[in-house]
Design a protein around this ligand. Structure first.
Ligand SMILES: NC(=O)C1=CN([C@@H]2O[C@H](COP(=O)(O)OP(=O)(O)OC[C@H]3O[C@@H](n4cnc5c(N)ncnc54)[C@H](OP(=O)(O)O)[C@@H]3O)[C@@H](O)[C@H]2O)C=CC1
Ligand SMILES: CC(=O)N[C@@H](CCC(=O)OP(=O)(O)O)C(=O)O
Length: 308
């Protein structure tokens, strides 16, 4: 029998992309609310408690409210795309490559990782765990994202202000992704995070500079690359590149992808490295990750509906 799935926030950027990935899949029946119902709490409450799986594609407060509407003894299992529960207890962090597929398969409540943390953690967490990068280093993260990362509001803004070439933000140094980056990588300090948006619909580049020669207990770039290759050898969505390109490009009209590409660039003297992740903020950074977790929770082909 098909599993019943309710996407709360189905009219938003992430929700639409999840529905596209589930289109035509026989394993799932999608519960749909019409325009008049989709923000009605009673209609949502009914759907939230009726569905086998609920995927929350809502702002944080609305996601918390949705969770509060699910009855304690309900059979409903939850995937929350918002940042409301990422470091919350009782929630499994929906990054199977880092937490293990089994943890996601059996979870009742999964919190989808943030888009920037997906890139940061994919690079740093396995290396810190392996003792090849120190926990105590004050890391920094530089990242650029396509404007769909900011949902409908930012898509609309970039549609109107066509002269924005680069938007640096997070300038108060309290970006909501910091707790997740620190805790899931097991770091002593939150990184200094410099996010920016460029006039491309989707895609992102997340970079962590590591001055290995100046760090205690840090391995060479070649060893870091080797460890990432080993760690992700059986991860079908993640590719660790051995042959580094001369440049990395985000393209305005980039196709959707659920892949995560990782690079370790090292200088000729191997004294420093640039760890770089490229991904689609709406792919492995949001909707693709939600479908990946749903596949595991529902016992389906782990790659069904994903674009790799
Ligand atoms: N965009 C991205 O790349 C990523 C997004 N996320 C997270 O996913 C979540 C959704 O983001 P995104 O899709 O980009 O945002 P959007 O703003 O594009 O979509 C949010 C949707 O939620 C609806 N909504 C808001 N409040 C309620 C409510 N109380 N009840 C029902 N529906 C409601 C909105 O309705 P309306 O259409 O009327 O405004 C909208 O359709 C957010 O928490 C975001 O941070 C996570 C990773 C990446
Ligand atoms: C470009 C842009 O605005 N990006 C969003 C993050 C998108 C994301 O990962 O969202 P959540 O963590 O909220 O789920 C931001 O910086 O707030």
């Amino acid at each position: 029998m098909a599993h019943c799935v309710f996407i709360d926030g189905a009219a938003g950027t992430t929700g639409i992309e999840i529905a596209e990935r589930l289109e035509g899949r026989e394993e799932f029946d999608i519960v749909r609310l019409n325009e008049a119902e989709r923000k009605d709490r009673d209609c949502r409450r009914t759907a939230l408690n009726f569905a086998d799986f609920v995927i929350l594609c809502l702002p944080d407060d609305a996601a918390r409210d949705a969770v509060s509407m699910i009855e304690a003894n309900s059979k409903t299992r939850i995937i929350d795309a918002s940042s409301a529960h990422r470091t919350g207890s009782g929630w499994i962090y929906g990054f199977p490559e880092l937490v293990g597929t089994k943890a996601v398969e059996s979870a009742r409540k999964v919190s989808n990782p943030g888009c920037y943390p997906t890139g940061f953690l994919a690079l740093v967490a396995p290396l810190v765990r392996a003792g090849l990068l120190p926990r105590s280093w004050p890391y920094s993260v530089h990242a650029v994202s396509g404007y769909s990362g900011g949902g409908k509001a930012l898509i609309e803004r970039f549609g109107e202000e066509r002269d924005i070439a680069f938007r640096s933000y997070g300038l108060s140094l309290d970006h909501k992704h910091l707790p997740e980056m620190q805790s899931k990588a097991g770091l002593d300090h939150a990184p200094v995070f410099s996010p920016a948006v460029v006039p491309a619909m989707r895609g992102m580049i997340v970079e962590v500079p590591v001055p290995v020669a100046a760090m205690r207990n840090a391995a060479s770039p070649a060893v870091l690359r080797e460890e990432l290759s080993r760690y992700y050898a059986d991860a079908p969505l993640v590719r660790v590149h051995r042959d580094n390109p001369d440049e990395l490009l985000l393209r305005e009209g980039a196709e959707a992808t659920d892949r995560l590409d990782l690079f370790v660039f090292g200088g000729p003297d191997e004294k420093a490295a640039r760890l770089v992740a490229m991904l689609d903020n709406l792919g492995k950074g949001a909707s693709g990750a939600a479908v990946q977790s749903l596949n595991l929770m529902a016992g389906c082909d782990p790659l069904a509906g994903l674009r790799i």
